[in-house]
Design a protein around this ligand. Structure first.
Ligand code: MTE
Ligand code: MO
Length: 249
C-alpha cells in the first residue's frame, strides 16, 4: 500500500470520527466504544501531523474568574502535609528510570530554569472548562538534563495522592514530553500553586484532557513500557474507569 493510499484511508477515518464526536457526550454507548479506541485516536493524531500543533492560547482578560478544583483537593498524607508545613523547602522532584543522569531538583531550582507562561483552556471530561495562566519550566528542559536512554518511550508521573487506595499516576509519550507547551507548572495566574491545584508542581500537557494534567508530582520516571504501573493502562483513570490513555482534545 502506498503512503498516499494510507493517508487517504486515515483522513477518511478522521471525518468519520469527527462526525461521531458530537454524539459522544450524549450517548454512553458511543462513549464506551470510543474509549476502547484510544490506540486508533493516538495513531491518527500522530500520523496527520498533530505532533507539533499548538493548543490555543488566550488573552489575560479571557481567564476564568474561578478555576475549579477537581479530583484530589489535598493528598493529606503525613509526608505531603510535612512538605506543606515547611513550604516545600525540602521537597525534591526526582527524575529517574531510563536516564543517563538521574535528577533531584528543588522547587527553587525549577523556578530558576528558563520559564514559559501560557494561558490555555483546561477541559475536564466531567463537562466543565476553565481558562488559566500556567507558568514553569518546559518539561523538555528536564528531559534534556536527565538525558534519556534510547530505550525510553514514555514518562510516568508519580503523584502524592491516592484515590480509593490507588496512587494517582499518569503517563505521556515523548512527542508530548518535548512539545513546546508541555510544562512543569508551579504557578497558576501568577501565584504559586495552592494545594487544591496541585502544589508544588503539576503537569500541563495542553492538547489533552484534564485527567492527564497530573497534580502533586513527586517523581518522573522514564520507561520503555507502561505495563509495570498500576493495572498497566498508563494512568489512574485509565485503570479505574477505562478512560483513553491518549486523551486528545
Ligand atoms: N494527582 C492528581 N492529579 C489530577 C487529579 C487528581 O485527582 N489527582 N485530577 C485530574 C482531573 S480529572 C482534573 S479535571 C484536573 C483538575 O485540576 P484542578 O483541580 O487544578 O482543576 O486534575 C487532574 N490531575
Ligand atoms: Mo477531570
Amino acid at each position: 500500500m502506498s503512503l498516499v493510499t494510507r493517508r487517504g484511508l486515515f483522513v477518511a477515518g478522521a471525518g468519520g470520527l469527527l462526525a461521531g464526536c458530537d454524539a459522544v457526550g450524549r450517548n454512553p454507548t458511543a462513549k464506551s466504544i470510543l474509549m476502547k479506541d484510544s490506540d486508533f485516536h493516538y495513531r491518527l493524531q500522530r500520523l496527520i501531523g498533530g505532533g507539533h500543533s499548538l493548543a490555543r492560547e488566550f488573552r489575560p482578560e479571557q481567564r476564568s474568574p474561578v478555576f475549579r478544583v477537581n479530583g484530589t483537593a489535598n493528598p493529606n498524607t503525613q509526608d505531603y502535609n510535612a512538605h506543606v508545613a515547611n513550604r516545600f523547602a525540602e521537597w525534591r522532584l526526582r527524575f529517574d528510570g531510563l536516564v543517563r543522569r538521574p535528577l533531584s531538583v528543588s522547587l527553587a531550582q525549577l523556578q530558576q530554569m528558563p520559564q514559559r507562561a501560557q494561558i490555555t483552556r483546561h477541559d475536564c471530561v466531567e463537562g466543565w472548562s476553565a481558562i488559566g495562566k500556567w507558568q514553569g519550566p518546559r518539561l523538555a528542559t528536564l528531559v534534556d538534563a536527565a538525558q534519556l536512554l534510547p530505550s525510553a518511550r514514555f514518562l510516568v508521573f508519580h503523584c502524592a495522592d491516592s484515590i480509593n487506595g490507588r496512587p494517582y499516576y499518569e503517563s505521556i509519550d515523548l512527542v508530548d514530553a518535548l512539545h513546546p507547551q508541555t510544562l512543569l507548572a508551579w504557578a497558576l495566574n501568577d501565584k504559586p500553586l495552592n494545594v487544591g491545584h496541585g502544589a508544588p508542581l503539576r503537569l500541563r500537557v495542553e492538547r489533552q484532557l484534564g485527567y492527564k494534567q497530573a497534580k502533586y508530582i513527586m517523581r518522573i520516571q522514564a520507561t520503555d513500557s507502561l505495563a509495570g504501573f498500576g493495572d498497566g493502562n498508563g494512568g489512574y483513570w485509565e485503570d479505574a474507569s477505562g478512560y483513553e490513555w491518549y486523551a486528545g482534545i
